[in-house]
Design a protein around this ligand. Sequence first.
Ligand code: UFG
Length: 337
Amino acid sequence: MNKTILVTGGLGYIGSHTCVELLNNNYNVIVIDNLSNSKESVKDNIEAITGKKIIFYNVSVCDMEKIRDIFRKSKIDAVIHFAGYKAVGESVMKPLLYYQNNIDSTLVLCQVMNEFNCKKLIFSSSATVYGNNTNVPFREDYKVGGTTNPYGTSKLFIEHILNDLYISDNEWGITILRYFNPIGAHKSGLIGENPNGIPNNLMPYISKVAVGELKELSIFGNDYDTVDGTGVRDYIHVVDLANGHVKALSKLLDNKGVSIYNLGTGKGYSVLEIVNAFIKENKINIPYKIVSRRSGDVAVSYADSTKAKKELGWMPIYGIEDMVRDSYNFYRNNKND
Ligand code: UFG
């Protein structure tokens, strides 16, 4: 029998790519998404890419009764929990909203999972939990903390909550995945990252400049101690990231305990290197200007990803050219969408 996986936030950027890879690996997929930062058409696109159907509920993960109903209707083997607010700047302005939504949803989910004896959970965490640590590459056993915004702190708190949950009940299997910087899109151009409004993140911003929706990119600082003075990040193709979830799931289904993995390539690129790769690969100019540093940014962040490679047998296969090409391809297909 194929296993059934509940994916919260499954119509979002990382969630939708993970649904595709789950379906490609013969899992049944149930998605919960309240469409707060996604569109219902993503469901059709996931189905068009894979030729398979998913079950979709337009429900908030904070709605305990509705989550119970979903567990009553289907036998769920494991949950991948993507749903959550993720805009760093907004989280500074609306801390209560971020703490309430991100933490409440996780508490509701875990409580209902407990009631239905479904104790396998993969949680979307972030490299942001390493805070302002400068000792790169980041390893999973580094001390976490020192987060610089409520979004990051909500991820950190949830990691602590999940650890405590396991301590209270050793039947749980919990995998915490710390993402670095996902970019790129499915090669079909049907799903990708399409934030509402002006993007906060680098690749959506560059892509919107490329398709003429924004005038020029502002590069936040060129006086960091890096190869060219601009910030360095570990960019990872979202399809590689999605496949990391499939590998983590297959291990989790047979194991208990809390496991933490970085999902990054282990290689850092500067903002200027990304801009130049985008220009070269897509043969399109990206006008930019250098402005002052963005508050809360660290100079350099990249993963030590040997643990995921060794224990999950996971290996990112896409390079920077694939990432910038697939990002642009998605934006060209979804201009003004
Ligand atoms: N940048 C610019 N101009 C922009 C946007 C970004 O120069 O318009 C620079 C940033 O200063 C940084 C790099 O591009 O050096 C990457 O910035 P992003 O906003 O794309 O990504 P961050 O590394 O700041 O944040 C990402 C995720 C967060 C997560 C964090 C963890 O978006 O959710 O990684 O380190 F918390």
